[in-house]
Design a protein around this ligand. Sequence first.
Ligand code: ZN
Length: 187
Amino acid sequence: MEHLTPHHSGWIEVITGSMFSGKTEELIRRLRRAQIARQHVAIFKPDIDTRFSDDHIVSHSRQQLESTRVKKATDILALAKHVQVVGIDEAQFFDVGIIEVCRILAKQKKRVIVAGLEKDFRAQPFGHMPELIIDAEYVTKNLAICVICGNPAGFTQRLTNSGDQILVGETEAYEARCRNCYEEPKE
Ligand code: ZN
């Protein structure tokens, strides 16, 4: 789904799904197309995401775009002042302020594109993604492919025993699984 630059309006697009479903690739694709149209684009991600690269967003397929890491969601407002299209990656790691920040940016007539994991490895809502999905005009839910059976996969299986919700960048610790092959973690 592609959306044109708003005339006298902003909006929120959410790209979500499991790990390995191509969320960041899709975010990069939309932002690149905006750049080609000479729109001013800025990309933000939470400071927690340190995988591979410090100042770029990197999808698992290694496409990248320059991005700015921010400590808290409200930092985005000042940094995005003069841009038309705001990309936010790994949105599930942002504090609760991200909801209001997205609303403010959209009210400022900016196109806001948010990518993030909707479910954690326990299949519970991740961070503030539910509120962002509810608030958004457009939601794209990507599916991965189940590594066990090849069906469409909406779940993220953790392969290690750590109980933490966040294991940043350790992609080898996870697999995409379908509903049938997903095993609820025992605690
Ligand atoms: Zn399966």
